[in-house]
Each structure stands twice: as C-alpha cells, then as structure tokens.
Ligand binder design. Structure first.
Ligand SMILES: [Zn+2]
Ligand SMILES: [Zn+2]
Length: 228
C-alpha cells in the first residue's frame, strides 16, 4: 500500500493536534504557535545548551546538536506521529518550517553546508515506504537554499528501533556499526547538516557523525525537529 497516497488523500482535513477542521491544512495556527522553540544549539555529547554555538564542555564532540523544539509538546508530538506512523507526508512541511525558523532564531550560519537525512535500513524503508527524515530534510534544504543529498550515509545493519531499547548503554550497542559511507558518496571536506525527526539520547547522531568524520567530513551539525 502506498501510505503517502493513503494519508494525503483520505486523511480528513483537520489539525493533527486538536482536530479542528482546517481545509487543506495539517496543523492549525493556534497549535503551531503553541510549539515552544529552543533558542540554542546543544553539546553533541551531554546536550548542554551552547548559547554561543561554541563547544565549551566536550570539545571533542564530533558534532553540534540543534533541535527546533521539545518533544513533550502535544502539537509537535502530533506532527511527528502523523508523519512517521500515519504516513501523512504533508506533516513534514511544518516540521521543516519549524527548523528553518529555529536556524534563523539562533542565527546559525549554514553557509557551505549540504543537508542529508539519517538513512533507514533497507528493510525498514521497505516496511514504512518512506524515510521521514528525508521528507523533513528535503524541504528544509530547499527553504534554506542548501544542497540536498539523500545518500551520503548508508545503514548497513538492521536493528531494532532505538525507541525499543531499555537504556543508553543498550542504545549505544544497538546503533554501533549501523552506518557506513554510502557507495560513491563524496564526504571528504564537506560540511554536513545531518537530519533526523526526533533525537533522544543523541546516540544515533553520534554514531552517524563519527562515520562521517572518519570519512573526512569537515564539520557536522545534527538537526532534529524535536528533542526528547
Ligand atoms: Zn490545532
Ligand atoms: Zn558536553
């Protein structure tokens, strides 16, 4: 079944968060405005807030972390749920817009960066029918005027979802060795925005960033629509 088709055509034109009727829309203005955005970058290792966008606590972190808003908000959670589990591809647009506003709010310069999504394993991509991170990353890149490359990284191991793991130690084990440079991908010297829908402990970003750095990436900013 084509879930995008199913979602776009048959999902009633109502706000995914409050259910109010909004013909042609996906989230109403009131719900959208209720999403309380972050105003700093975060340390990629300990998630400390970095008001000046400089690594202050873990200077060896392979990336800086950015997130548009906290995952505990109902509206943001509803958008991500609609995108990821109901297959409503149109929910990616407001998520990308949130990220564009966040980048502007914190005055983050992404000059010279290329945007790439965290890849799914081929098994999961087949089962879900789409990569939700790519659906967010593509309109984000377009709005930010940045190049988009869907395949810089490949997922070479299929494991259980990070959300099914018990703790940070299991998360780290579960994700280890999952990523590799995609065949033929030009990574060396690149500045890369790595995109995911939700980040929890940052272990997935950490593993992916390490692989990209090992392949010669110059700088990495990991961006998630939501941070738990
Ligand atoms: Zn609403
Ligand atoms: Zn830190």
């Amino acid at each position: 079944m084509n879930f995008n088709f199913f979602g776009d055509v048959f999902f009633p034109p109502a706000c995914v968060a409050c259910g109010d009727s909004i013909p042609g829309g996906i989230i109403c203005d009131a719900c959208k405005n209720s999403i309380d955005g972050f105003d700093t970058l975060f340390c990629g290792i300990c998630a400390a807030r970095l008001p000046d966008q400089k690594k202050i606590c873990h200077t060896d972190a392979p990336f800086l972390l950015g997130a548009a808003a906290a995952y505990d908000g109902n509206a943001l959670r509803a958008l991500i749920h609609a995108l990821k589990f109901q297959g409503i591809a149109a929910a990616a647009e407001p998520l990308a817009a949130l990220l564009v506003r966040y980048v502007a709010r914190i005055h983050l310069s992404l000059d010279g960066f290329t945007v790439t999504p965290l890849p799914l394993s081929p098994q999961r991509a087949r089962a879900r029918g789409f990569n939700q991170s790519a659906l967010i990353a593509r309109p984000f890149a377009a709005a930010a005027g940045l190049p988009f490359e869907e395949r810089l990284l490949a997922r070479v191991q299929h494991r259980k979802p990070q959300s099914d793991t018990e703790d940070i130690f299991e998360r780290r084990e579960n994700i280890k060795g999952c990523f590799a440079p995609a065949p033929g991908a030009a990574i060396a010297g690149k500045k890369i925005v790595l995109m995911d829908d939700v980040t929890t402990s940052g272990t997935t970003f950490t593993e992916a960033a390490r692989v990209l750095r090992r392949a010669g990436a110059k700088k990495i900013i990991a961006l998630a629509a939501a941070k738990a």
